[in-house]
Design a protein around this ligand. Structure first.
Ligand SMILES: [Ca+2]
Ligand SMILES: [Ca+2]
Ligand SMILES: [Ca+2]
Length: 455
């Protein structure tokens, strides 16, 4: 059945692609639609509380079990998603550096130029002026100020700035479904739809229908229960994370994610219903992770930004029938910088010199032995740091104000110590230290890498 449909489609495609349109370009009808769903501050462990998303994206697609935000903070990470570049190359190093982003280097720009119909609904970039349209989108509804993420936010809806009273995830859902509906009338044009929720970012206000939803019992983990933190850097040691605060953050985040789960289900039902002749590459991810009290870290400013696993690990799932195996778990090291190269390869876009990604397409075989993670001090207590993460260890350097001189180092054996309880460089005795000179040398190089020289 599938084979017959494929032959039929191939014949149809052949007929279409050989007919010149306007004498110049030929229609390449094999290009997929692209749906990119980005949540805000969703830690990797919360996926198990999203049955609908798991059904569509995990059972129907591939789960990337070792996916990371190369900078665990909204704006730098989103800029990495859009450009495929590390933050030291796209230069959006913190949430107030939005204007550093070279808009000619983004995935949306390349798709738009290649003839895709493009739309974004939800969060764009922190600090982006509300009256300025997000570049290279045909349609948009994006929200501004961060305190009004969930209700009564100021939105720019296709150029007009107004207050949207509705619950933001429901509003985004409606816009997305309307977009899919309207795409039926423009079937000859592939589309790129970016759905970018406020959830589960603080203040994590649940939709009334989920406000009292039962939340599964929380079994804390060894990193939350870490008693001896004398191995940790001073900014960690001076924090305390009362369990009630983490418990409350978890509860409200999980409840806002129920609305995201509804959104995913509704969008997939609509995708099926429109019976598009193209197939659709769907990517589900978060921009960064979130700590629920691991190593004593929880609360605004500190639940993301640090280099530990729960802050840098993100959920990442990809579904594209015949390209990403259904139900597969991929354990390779992957990151936000791989999203744009993956999308452009799927869309058969030859990007040209403006697109200089550091990441690589996940459609290709890859053997990445390490990832660079990096962060620059902004608000809060987390100092500038950089880190190498492999499957077996994580090496971290914190820097003095010059951003170059290491003032504190951490090394975790991820095989023996997956919860990062014992920094092997954390005592004053140098004789028991693991060998880290090679990691330090590599980190120094990777902090200046570009394109193919990047991990
Ligand atoms: Ca975020
Ligand atoms: Ca410890
Ligand atoms: Ca030591």
């Amino acid at each position: 059945m599938a084979k017959r449909a494929a032959i039929l489609l191939a014949t149809l495609l052949l007929a279409l692609t050989t007919v010149p349109v306007g004498g110049a370009q030929t229609i390449n009808d094999e290009r997929p639609n692209v749906l990119l769903i980005i949540t805000d501050d969703q830690r990797e462990s919360t996926l198990k509380n999203m049955p609908i998303t798991r059904y569509w994206m995990k059972e129907g697609g591939t789960l990337f079990a070792r996916a990371f935000a190369t900078t665990p903070l909204c704006c730098p990470s989103r800029a990495s998603i859009f450009t495929g570049r590390y933050a030291h190359n796209h230069l959006v190093r913190n949430n107030s550096a939005t204007s550093e982003l070279d808009q000619s280097t983004t995935v949306q720009r390349h798709l738009h130029r290649a003839g895709y119909r493009t739309a974004i609904f939800g969060k764009y970039l922190n600090g982006w002026p509300i009256d300025r349209p997000p570049p290279h989108f045909d349609e948009w509804a994006t929200f501004g100020a961060s305190r009004s993420h969930y209700y009564d936010g100021e939105w720019n809806v296709n150029g007009s700035v107004r207050t949207v009273h509705r619950y933001s995830t429901s509003y985004i859902k409606r816009r997305a479904v309307d977009f899919l509906k309207s795409s039926e009338k423009a079937d000859e044009q592939p589309w790129f739809l970016l759905v970018s929720t406020a959830a589960p970012h603080g203040p994590a206000i649940a939709e009334p229908s989920h406000a009292g939803a039962p939340v599964p019992e929380w079994t804390t983990n060894p990193a939350i229960d870490e008693e001896d933190r004398t191995d940790k850097p001073p900014f960690v040691q001076e924090q305390s994370a009362p369990l009630w605060r983490s418990r409350s953050a978890r509860r409200s985040q999980l409840r806002t994610l129920l609305s995201v789960d509804d959104l995913v289900g509704r969008v997939f039902r609509k995708l099926k219903a429109i019976d598009d002749k193209r197939n659709t590459l769907v990517i589900y991810m978060s921009d960064n992770g979130y700590l629920w009290g691991e190593h004593g870290l929880s609360g605004p400013g500190i639940s993301k930004r640090p280099p530990y696993s729960e802050s840098v690990a993100i959920p990442l799932l990809m579904r594209w029938p015949d390209h990403f195996s259904a139900g597969r778990v991929d354990t390779g090291l992957v990151a936000n910088i791989d999203i744009a190269p993956t999308i452009l390869q799927a869309a058969q876009v030859v990007p040209g010199p403006r697109f200089r990604p550091d990441g690589r397409s996940l459609l290709e075989k890859r053997a990445r032995d390490r990832l660079l993670l990096e962060y620059w001090v902004d608000i809060g207590r987390t100092p500038t740091w950089a880190s190498l993460r492999t499957k077996t260890y994580q090496y971290i350097e914190y820097y003095a104000e010059d951003g170059l001189t290491p003032v504190f180092k951490e090394y975790y054996d991820l095989k023996q110590d997956p919860w990062q309880l014992e920094n092997l460089l954390g005592d004053p005795d140098p004789l028991n230290d693991p060998a880290t000179s090679e990691a330090a040398r590599q980190l120094d190089l990777d902090r200046r890498c570009s394109g193919s020289s990047c991990p």
